[in-house]
Design a protein around this ligand. Structure first.
Ligand code: AMP
Length: 406
């Protein structure tokens, strides 16, 4: 069920959001996009006359413990998000409270006292190891706080954690559902899997073949062209017998890459690899550079961006496409001197979209590349959850989606 199909008036709603925002060393929020993205769902529940018991994780407190082995509560407390949430909600909320625990008697008492249109923010779910373990007792204690469970945390939808998946089993179909953000993300993914307009082009980049091979294989069933750039392209070029110098290589994936290229040929999917590359004599923005054929890179040099010819070839295919999915940058775009290819691809995707294509950008790095190119508003959809979107596009079901729909 989606949130707008559920009865929420006078109900206590346990709402899982993704408030995993970046903080500076004074714990100030650097980018509040994730909080903003959850606002439609939060406001809707309040408008319907419900109250909210709000759950989220923040960072990885279980991985970044203090020297004495304890959780760094000061650094990872969800309280850092409360002021910003309060400001963004303005008059929409009657009050926003915070409680310094996730379960237990204080949480129960405050949840019980919550009035319609009020919000109670619980402490970081990952302060408890039970969260990532998907623990049933912990999930039951969360479930007991509310009558309805809503999940709108797309960024963690691919994790089977207590607050994202296990908790859903304690609510029946009339009392659990997805928030608007997850709804939007699922519908965006569906546009690519249900009868996409053609030609359909996948643009895949980033560091490793091993991270994206499932996506690449899945794409062979759906798309007409696959444009491949970034570090992963060199393992494929090596598989074709090219000389790649010191470029990124996953030696143990060369055979996988060969098999993939053979399968693509069988299925008539055009694979575009960069014909030329900007190469550097070290991994540094200020390295010496030149542009050469991608399959003829001298020893000691490494390919850090696609070249001009490759960008032009890719652009031609992208601009003629009617459906586009993009995951992963075309080069080391964080370094200015190797960002050109990625920015040009962002341009091409924006142009295709203007000409009527549906374009989905998924994956943290590609989203920041599109923003860096100033094209954020010119693509059809930017996914907020790189890992979760990748899983959807690979054809996997997400544990938190399954937990709500079954
Ligand atoms: P991913 O998270 O797999 O999408 O990979 C993104 C990372 O890949 C970025 O940090 C890029 O700097 C890096 N990357 C892209 N192209 C290359 C390349 N040619 N060589 C090394 N790293 C690259």
């Amino acid at each position: 069920m989606y949130i707008d199909q559920l009865e929420l008036k006078d109900k206590k709603v346990l709402l899982r959001v993704d408030f995993n925002v970046p903080l500076n060393s004074d714990y100030k929020i650097l980018d509040d996009t994730r909080i903003e993205k959850a606002l439609p769902t939060i406001k809707y529940i309040l408008e319907q006359g419900g109250s909210i018991i709000l759950l989220s994780h923040l960072g990885r407190p279980e991985k970044k413990k203090k020297a004495d082995g304890s959780i760094d509560r000061q650094k990872f407390t969800l309280e850092h998000t409360v002021q910003r949430l309060t400001e963004l909600l303005g008059d929409s909320a009657k009050a926003v409270h915070f409680v310094g625990d996730t379960i237990g008697s204080e949480v129960q008492a405050k949840a019980k006292a919550l009035e319609p249109k009020e919000i109670l923010v619980l402490e970081n779910t990952r302060f408890y190891a039970e969260e990532t373990a998907g623990d049933k007792d912990f999930a039951k204690q969360l479930a007991d706080l509310a009558a309805v469970y809503i999940n709108d945390a797309f960024g963690t939808a691919h994790r089977a954690h207590a607050s994202t998946a296990t908790v859903a089993q304690f609510f029946d179909q009339q009392h659990k559902g997805f928030g608007f953000l997850i709804k939007e993300e699922l519908e965006a993914a569906k546009k690519l899997t249900n009868n996409p307009a053609r030609p359909f082009t996948a643009i895949v980049g980033g560091a490793k073949v091993s991270d994206k091979i499932l996506l690449l294989e899945k794409m062979l069933d759906n798309v007409d062209h696959i444009v491949i750039g970034g570090g992963m392209a060199y393992t494929l070029i090596k598989a074709q017998g090219g000389k790649i110098g010191a470029s990124l290589l996953e030696e143990d994936r060369v055979q996988t890459a060969k098999d993939f290229l053979a399968k693509a040929k069988e299925r008539n999917v055009q694979i575009l690899l960069p014909t030329d590359s900007v190469i550097a004599d070290k991994f540094d923005n200020l390295a010496n550079t030149k542009t050469v054929a991608s399959n003829d890179i001298s020893a000691g040099w490494l390919g850090l961006d696609i070249g001009k010819q490759a960008a032009a070839d890719f652009t031609k295919v992208i601009e003629a496409s009617k459906t586009i999915i993009w995951n992963g940058p075309m080069g080391v775009f964080e370094m200015k001197n190797f960002s050109n290819g990625t920015l040009q691809i962002a341009d091409a995707v924006a142009k295709a979209t203007k000409n009527g294509a549906y374009s989905l950008v998924g994956g943290g790095d590609s989203v920041s590349a599109v923003n860096q190119a100033g094209k954020g508003d010119e693509v059809s959809f930017m996914s907020t959850g790189g890992g979760a979107m990748l899983k959807l596009l690979e054809g996997s079901t997400l544990p938190s989606v399954e937990a709500i729909t079954k």
